[in-house]
Ligand binder design. Sequence first.
Ligand SMILES: [Zn+2]
Ligand SMILES: [Zn+2]
Length: 220
Amino acid sequence: MKLDMHLHSNYSTDGKAAPRQILKEARKLGLDGLCITDHNTLKGNAEVRKIAAEFGIIVLRGMEITSTDGHILAIGIGEEVPRDLSAEETLENIRAQGGMAVIPHPYRNWSGLGWECVRKIKPDAIEVLNSHSTKRENAMAGKLCWEMGLPMTAGSDSHELESIGRAYISIPDATDEDGVLKAIRSGEAKARGRSRNLIGTLKDRTLTVTQWMGRGFKKM
Ligand SMILES: [Zn+2]
Ligand SMILES: [Zn+2]
C-alpha cells in the first residue's frame, strides 16, 4: 500500500488544493491513503475524511503544528494541538491523545527542528523523505533516523495538486488509521519517491520568503 503522509489542503493558508481535488488526484496516482497535515488546523483534514470513502482512500487524522522549535506532525489525533508550545510540550499533547509525533524536514531552514532538538525530545518517527526537501536534507534526515533507531515516514509536503504523491510510504496491507500507525511504529514503512530538484529549490526559496513577508514576517 502507498500512503502520502504529509500534504496540505487549501485549509492551510499557503495551500491550493481542495478536498475533492486531492482525493481525485490521489486515486488517479494509485495512492491507497494519505494524511492531510494542514498548518495548525484539523479543519481541512476533517473535510477530506468526510468524503474519503467515496474514493476508497484511507485518510488519517493529522496536522502540522508550529512549535517554538519548528514544525511537528501529529498523526492520529482528535483534538487540535495549539501552536507556539515548545517541542516537548507539543509532543506531550500529541501523546496524551494517543497520537504519533513525527518530525518532518528536520534540516530545513526556518521550520526544521534541527538534530539537537530531535535527539533531545525523542519523537515517535522521523520523516526521511520529503519531496520539497533537497536530496542532501533528506539524506541527513535518514541518517538521523537510523542513528536514533526510529521508524520512518515520508510525504510529498505538497501544497498543490501537482506534487501529491511525489514521496510516500509503502506498507503491508492495512484497512484503517490504526493499522497504518501500527505498521509505521513497527518499522514496516519504507520511504519511496523523490527529493526536489534545483529548479524546485530556487522556486521554493523565493516563495517562502515572499509568503513570509506577506504574513507580516510571522512564521508559518
Ligand atoms: Zn513543515
Ligand atoms: Zn508541510
